[in-house]
Design a protein around this ligand. Structure first.
Ligand SMILES: Cc1cc2nc3c(=O)[nH]c(=O)nc-3n(C[C@H](O)[C@H](O)[C@H](O)COP(=O)(O)OP(=O)(O)OC[C@H]3O[C@@H](n4cnc5c(N)ncnc54)[C@H](O)[C@@H]3O)c2cc1C
Length: 421
């Protein structure tokens, strides 16, 4: 018997791959809660951002703050095109949005969850809810004895012997949650959150919730962290892809800093000080009679421009010809480097992940088998892998789940005493 722990994206993909490749494998999927695929269902704002249109493994890996180098070979074996084909074979068509994110054409995550549940049922995967594995004991004869918990465990008794085991239990914010894997001899990269937004409680921008710019650059002052993308002002701070990318690539550093620091926003990243200064001078000469605050430039939203002008000390009726040089300098500074005092984080509602988990160098990434414990496999967010927002986290779950499932199906059976093969 093959046991899969965790009924999320990775666990389902692995269980299906294993059962389809080896119908004799007897795949048992244990889920500790009363519901499988919970994150798939809430993902992407209920639409499930399944993957991201990236045509090569090299392009794909560029989106993983953790796991980038190591995942390349895995993505070459099962990449975005394989994900698209996998769902297409099961009647689920995906569409690509302008920014590359891929969703089911139905725009409903339920389509994805049902496809996975149907495929598991057809392949003969047995799903048992309310059942967790709380400890794993490798048996001297091969295989594992699982210490079971939860009401569903009643059907098995307190322990269950299995020949091969896949852990796909997702990410957890506390190191202690991984103690049962550490007890097997695995190290754990300290878990910290990734993909969060910044709280900026004292910024005048907080008066502008809903204001967004299509392309901004956010830099963490004093750090080598700088990312570009759409930026959204929220009622608690700043969000949007530029901030989320910074939070993902800077997840560990920001955790060390206690989520405090200064974020500098360049609202017009195509400009530098050298190009913006002459631009403003010329604009002033040609438009001296225009009121500064009333005429936003660079395609910036009116409310944002007015606030920046106000912060620069330019009154609502002041014309360009009347604006003191000091105020104009200050406006230039704010356009290129609006300082935001970051005081804490807020979890991004559409997608958040934990970085950290089982280190990738402890896993053979062609099979997902543990290098420490033969017969033990890992897939999904339990690994120290995470991507930026855009469908990359599910792609990692599909890829690692598929490779683990295929390897589980092919692995020689070492049946522990009392276990079914
Ligand atoms: C709100 C939200 C939206 C998201 N949207 C997207 C998106 O659109 N696109 C994208 O790419 N990513 C998205 N993500 C990230 C993505 O959901 C995760 O990266 C992905 O679900 C990880 O899959 P997984 O199977 O590894 O873990 P999970 O989905 O977390 O599944 C793990 C499962 O294991 C179970 N479990 C835990 N411990 C045990 C145990 N001891 N025994 C038995 N079962 C156990 C859990 O109950 C859970 O069901 C989103 C995340 C969130 C929170």
């Amino acid at each position: 018997m093959v046991a899969v722990l965790g009924g999320g994206a990775a666990g389902f993909f692995a269980a299906i791959a294993c059962a389809e490749a080896n119908p004799a494998a007897q795949v048992l999927l244990l889920e500790k809660t009363g519901k499988v695929l919970s994150k798939v269902r809430v993902s992407g704002g209920g639409r499930c951002n399944v993957t991201h249109a990236c045509d090569t493994a090299a392009r794909l890996v560029a989106h993983y703050p953790r796991g980038s180098k190591q995942l390349k070979a895995a993505f070459q074996q099962f990449g975005v095109a394989d994900t698209v084909a996998w769902f297409a074979r099961r009647g689920v068509a995906l569409k690509t949005e302008a920014d590359g994110r891929m969703f089911p054409v139905t725009d409903s995550s339920e389509t994805i969850a049902r496809a996975l549940e149907d495929a598991a049922r057809r392949a003969g995967v047995r799903v048992v809810l309310h059942t967790s594995a709380d400890a794993i004991e490798p048996l001297p004869t091969g295989g594992f004895r699982l210490q079971l918990g939860g009401s569903g465990a009643a059907g098995f008794g307190p322990t269950l012997a299995v020949a091969r085991l896949l852990v796909a239990t997702g990410g957890h914010p506390k190191t202690a949650s991984y103690d049962w894997l550490r007890a097997l001899g695995h190290g754990i990269a300290e878990p910290v959150p990734s993909l969060f937004t910044f709280n900026v409680p004292d910024s005048p921008l907080r008066a502008l919730p809903g204001v967004s710019v299509a392309q901004a650059r956010v830099v963490l002052a004093g750090e080598k962290l700088s990312y570009e993308g759409p930026l959204l002002v929220t009622h608690w701070g700043v969000s949007g892809p530029a901030v989320l990318k910074l939070s993902a690539w800077g997840a560990r550093r920001l955790s060390e800093l206690g989520y405090t620091g200064t974020a500098l926003v360049n609202w017009i990243p195509t400009f530098t000080e050298e190009t913006l200064r002459p631009w403003l001078q010329q604009f002033r000469q040609e438009n001296g009679r225009k009121t500064v605050a009333a005429h936003p430039q660079f395609g910036l939203p009116q409310r944002l421009w007015r606030t920046l002008a106000e912060q620069a000390g330019i009154g609502p009726e002041t014309r360009w010809s009347e604006a003191p040089a000091k105020a104009q300098n200050r406006l230039l500074e704010l356009l290129l480097r609006t300082p935001l005092a970051v005081r804490g984080k807020t979890t991004h509602k559409d997608e958040f992940v934990t970085c950290g988990g089982v280190p990738l160098d402890e896993v053979d990434l062609t099979t997902m088998q543990s290098r420490r414990v033969p017969g033990l496999y890992f897939a999904g967010e339990v690994l120290d892998v995470d991507g930026i927002t855009g469908g990359f986290n599910f792609q990692a779950a599909w890829t690692t789940g598929f490779l683990a499932g295929r390897a589980l199906a092919a692995a020689p059976v070492v049946a522990p005493a009392g276990a079914q093969p």
